[in-house]
Design a protein around this ligand. Structure first.
Ligand SMILES: NC(=O)c1ccc[n+]([C@@H]2O[C@H](COP(=O)([O-])OP(=O)(O)OC[C@H]3O[C@@H](n4cnc5c(N)ncnc54)[C@H](O)[C@@H]3O)[C@@H](O)[C@H]2O)c1
Length: 349
């Protein structure tokens, strides 16, 4: 058996080994789904969150469940959790452009000091550590699709740099920790993920379009709408993250859905699936907004036996159903996408 086969077999056997996980950012969108999935596979979970962008309601369904603890804490300060830990999933960070533009220094501190503190927690407990990095590490890419060997095209002083560079620094810190202290680390580069528990006003395209469509307001598409994203449904992304956690891989490994969609197609799809009478309006495109985004997932397919299973129609339908049921009254409306300027006059397309 060669080393590759041995690693794959180890990967296949590892999920059962985690007894207790710390999820930083566990009260956020992705973190709350990770907490739920871990508890369902029999892993106790300690969620650490400062609620700067997350919400206590995101983990309300877990409170009182055996094995679940919520610790309010800012990970930019050194932190410890009581009891044993054999997995640290470091997901704390503002993630939507609206949030990190509002919290630029906290975003940089969380990517740097917060990552260092989370790595030190993993080292003290000899735990597996997984960093949530991002496709933003590729910036406005000049290689398409993006594979893990691509170094990226990032503006280090642009408005998005607080997020992009914080994540790139966090990746460097994670690699240095593994080299210097032998800590068992992995890095996932997550591409755009959507699903239930996103905030209607967080500025990301899917929740913005759904909120607007359900309110009968114009869907605010930035630029000419021909820029692409590849959108993964949250259940697929969570499965990929847990496969990475269970593996011995250091990464980085891309986790995303390679089905690319233009923003105008996405807006039309949301209008169709919601049965909305909304029109589409075009607003200014934010600075340094990537023109294309699509993961090369050859590595995840080969090493983690992972690929997405849920297509856009299915995932969007599930997300729309959740928004219909849970979006608080008044969460719909006609404001622009948070990272753009005010809407130009609406026109049907
Ligand atoms: N959702 C995506 O499409 C996507 C894509 C790429 C990467 N990611 C990464 O995944 C992680 C989660 O993203 P999300 O979409 O769930 O965002 P989110 O804003 O919903 O969740 C982030 C959570 O981290 C918490 N947090 C932030 N700074 C903190 C700090 N200093 N101390 C403690 N808690 C802190 C927030 O309160 C929030 O609960 C982030 O690290 C993000 O960069 C997400």
């Amino acid at each position: 058996m060669d080393e590759g086969q041995a690693r794959q077999e180890t990967a296949a056997q590892r999920p059962a080994r985690f007894r207790r996980a710390v999820v930083t950012g566990g009260a956020g969108f992705l973190g709350s789904h990770l907490c739920t999935a871990l508890l369902e596979q029999g892993t106790e979970v300690c969620c650490v969150d400062d609620f700067c962008t997350g919400r206590p309601e995101n983990t309300a369904h877990l409170s009182g469940r055996p094995g679940f603890t919520l610790i309010p804490a800012d990970v930019t300060e050194p932190f410890e959790v009581p009891g044993e830990v054999d997995l640290v999933l470091h997901f704390a960070s503002p993630a939507s452009p609206a949030d990190y533009l509002r919290l630029p220094l906290h975003t940089l501190d969380t990517g740097s000091l917060g990552t260092r503190n989370a790595l030190q927690l993993a080292r003290r407990h000899r735990a597996r550590f997984v960093l949530a990095s991002t496709s933003e590490a590729y910036g406005d890419p000049q290689q398409h699709p993006q594979s893990e060997t691509y170094w990226g095209h990032v503006n280090p002083v642009g408005p998005r740099s607080v997020y992009d560079e914080a994540k790139r620094f966090a990746e460097a810190l994670t690699c240095a920790e593994a080299e210097a202290h032998g800590t068992d680390t992995g890095i996932v580069r997550l591409f755009n993920t959507y699903g239930p528990r996103m905030r209607g006003h967080d500025g990301r395209a899917v929740p913005t379009f759904i909120r607007q469509a359900l309110a009968g307001a114009p869907l605010t598409v930035t630029g000419d709408g021909r820029q692409t994203r590849s959108l993964a449904y949250v259940d697929d992304t969570v499965r990929g993250i847990l496969a990475m956690a269970a593996s011995d891989l250091r990464g980085p490994v891309n986790i995303g859905n390679p089905d690319e969609i233009t923003m105008i197609e996405l807006a039309r799809k949301v209008i169709g699936l919601t049965g909305s009478s909304s029109v589409i309006s075009f607003i200014e495109r934010p600075a340094d907004d990537p023109a294309v985004r699509c993961p090369d997932i050859t590595l995840a397919r080969g090493k983690l036996q992972w690929e997405p299973r849920i297509d856009a129609d299915d995932g969007l339908a599930r997300t729309i159903a959740w928004f219909r049921e849970h979006a608080p009254a008044g969460d719909g409306g006609g404001d622009g996408a948070a990272a753009g300027a005010g809407p130009r006059p609406a026109r049907p397309v």
